[in-house]
Design a binder for this molecule. Structure first.
Ligand SMILES: Nc1ncnc2c1ncn2[C@@H]1O[C@H](COP(=O)(O)OP(=O)(O)OP(=O)(O)O)[C@@H](O)[C@H]1O
Length: 357
């Protein structure tokens, strides 16, 4: 694998307001990298700076070794797929896909072949003559993807490509886009604010927060080994407890206002560098075991004692809201405990994420 897109120390401002603060990122050939973060964190700005629609203030962007930082958009070998599709509704699917090829003055024969191949690739061959206005949302998004792919760009840029589709179609189109990107071996950068979408589609995810990169990693890395409290929270570790820790010769002890102190095994202290301090412990609703109060606690578990306040059924498991002292934690369990049941939450120490305050 080789670095295909290299972004170094990129800063971007709108007027006096800086929104990207020295961003660096490298993307390998054939990778799909997702930029993930809350609204306003700078994902779209980063994508548009790569495409050339927004000018960099400082730093460098290299595509296949070539410095493109100050090249106009049309000189960069990139193609963008927009959330709004940005198709011509009064033109057919064929003509929309042919658009970029005509701009590039390709021959009629070449256009016919490339567009037909693209329609085939996207499962749209029977819709070539259909006006875009008469296609479904999912079909339109595939036409938009086809228009970007037809010009055979080095880099495909996807700006929230699925957010106009309804939930069920989204699931489907996600897998389609991923499969096509894989099959073509095309390098892609995608913006999304949907964690699950990033997890399903991306080889690597870049989590952004306020114009800075918090962590870059595979979906598994971000989910299982979040590097910061922000990433743990953003990747769905909903439950949080304030804790104190103290390291001694036997390891690291953590304690909270609830329950007994527990010792972390070596390697589980998540890089807490200080010998003692305050922090926040995160755990996911599926990481905790729910057992009847009075059960002998499992080894190497952080135990919280509480009372079931509410039970819901999101599908496949029951989600329990459990009151512990002043806080409520969410815990998933295969069977429903009764409302008001006294329970223990057991969180195995290897499934907690602990960060210094
Ligand atoms: N043209 C502009 N002029 C001034 N400020 C802008 C402009 N475009 C974006 N911003 C600001 O820059 C910051 C980053 O915006 P950006 O669109 O990159 O965020 P985003 O992460 O893509 O958000 P969203 O998911 O809501 O699209 C925001 O605070 C936004 O208000």
């Amino acid at each position: 694998m080789s670095v295909f897109l290299q972004i170094e120390n990129l800063s971007v401002s709108y007027g006096a307001v800086r929104v990207l603060h020295g961003t660096s990122l490298s993307v390998e050939k054939g990778e799909l990298v997702a930029l993930l973060g809350a609204s306003g964190c700078g994902k779209t700005t980063l994508l548009r700076t790569i495409s050339g629609f927004i000018e960099a203030e400082k730093g460098q962007i290299r595509l296949e070794g070539e410095d493109i930082t100050f090249q106009p958009p049309e000189k960069r070998d990139t193609a963008m797929v927009f959330q709004s599709y940005a198709l011509w509704p009064h033109m057919t699917a064929f003509e929309n896909i042919a658009y970029g090829l005509r701009l590039r003055k390709k021959s009629k024969a070449e256009i016919t072949k490339t567009v037909s191949d693209t329609l085939d690739l996207l499962g749209l061959s029977e819709f070539g003559d259909r006006l875009v206005a008469n296609l479904s949302g999912g079909q339109r998004q595939r036409v938009a993807l086809g228009r970007a792919l037809a010009v055979n760009p080095s880099l495909l840029l996807l700006d929230e490509p699925l957010s106009n589709l309804d939930a069920r179609i989204r699931q489907h189109v996600r897998h389609e886009i991923k499969a096509i990107q894989n099959r073509l071996g095309i390098t892609a950068v995608m913006v999304t604010h949907d964690r699950e979408e990033a997890m399903v589609m991306a080889d690597r995810i870049v989590v952004m927060n306020k114009g800075k990169i918090e962590q870059i990693g595979s979906p598994e890395e971000l989910y299982n080994r979040p590097a910061t409290a922000f990433v743990a929270d953003f990747m769905g570790a909903d439950n949080q407890i304030s804790v104190e820790w103290r390291k001694d010769k036997n390891g690291c002890q953590i304690s909270s206002v609830y329950g007994e102190p527990v010792a972390l095994k070596s390697g589980e202290e998540n890089g807490l560098s200080a010998p003692a301090g305050k922090g926040t412990l995160f755990f996911r609703s599926e990481a905790a075991m729910l057992v009847e109060a009075g059960t002998q606690p499992a080894e190497n578990s952080f135990v919280l004692k509480g009372k079931v306040e509410q039970i819901t059924y999101p599908g496949g498991f029951y989600r329990h809201a459990v009151r512990v002292g002043e806080q409520t934690f969410l815990v998933d369990h295969g069977a429903a405990f009764g409302q008001g049941a006294m329970v223990h939450l057991e969180i195995p120490t290897h499934r907690v994420h602990l960060f210094a305050a």
